[in-house]
Write a new protein. Sequence first.
Length: 204
Amino acid sequence: MKRIVILISGRGSNMQALVEAGLPVAAVISNRADAGGLAYAAGRGIATAIVPHRNYATREAFDAALAQAIDGFRPDLVVLAGFMRILTDSFVRRYQDHMLNIHPSLLPAFPGLDTHARALAAGVKLHGCSVHFVTAALDHGPIVIQAAVPVLAHDDEARLAARVLAQEHRIYPQAARWFVEGKLVIDSGVVRVMGDHPQQLYAP
Ligand code: GAR
């Protein structure tokens, strides 16, 4: 059985979607003791751990402690689910091709924060979310699956965010399942899924 460790910083709704999809989640780790998702994980009998970034003087020291906590659970896959820390290159290298992230935009558009507000300000007509393998460049890396939603005339940030989040909860479990089933192949930076599985979704 493959083992997944999920890293969260807050509410953890994507983590919850992964757990509810029946994926083999060995542990949930947070950099914040007050992350809402920790109570849910504990309630489901999943091991939890907290590695508070404020306890470490440097990113390197924090990432080393985080890696130690992760490796204690012997994961095959590390899943970043709203984990709001910039990772050092050596941490990213350690989990290269074994670490996924979800980002609330159609990458490579809108990396970074405030993606929904920026999408509205840019006037894009399609927005969405992406699951990708993590590389050293923030919110970049081989894309596993994307979901697109329309941007409607009277959208505000909250409405658009909710529409995107509903799709995050669909594509993240799908991507993680493909990984644990050994179906993902990265070929020159492009991810393919073995078998005939669509890597995009449109949710009007
Ligand atoms: C999600 O929308 C996720 O895509 C985003 O944070 C939210 C976490 O929600 N991640 C990023 O912006 C990473 N760059 P959740 O804690 O309920 O899953």
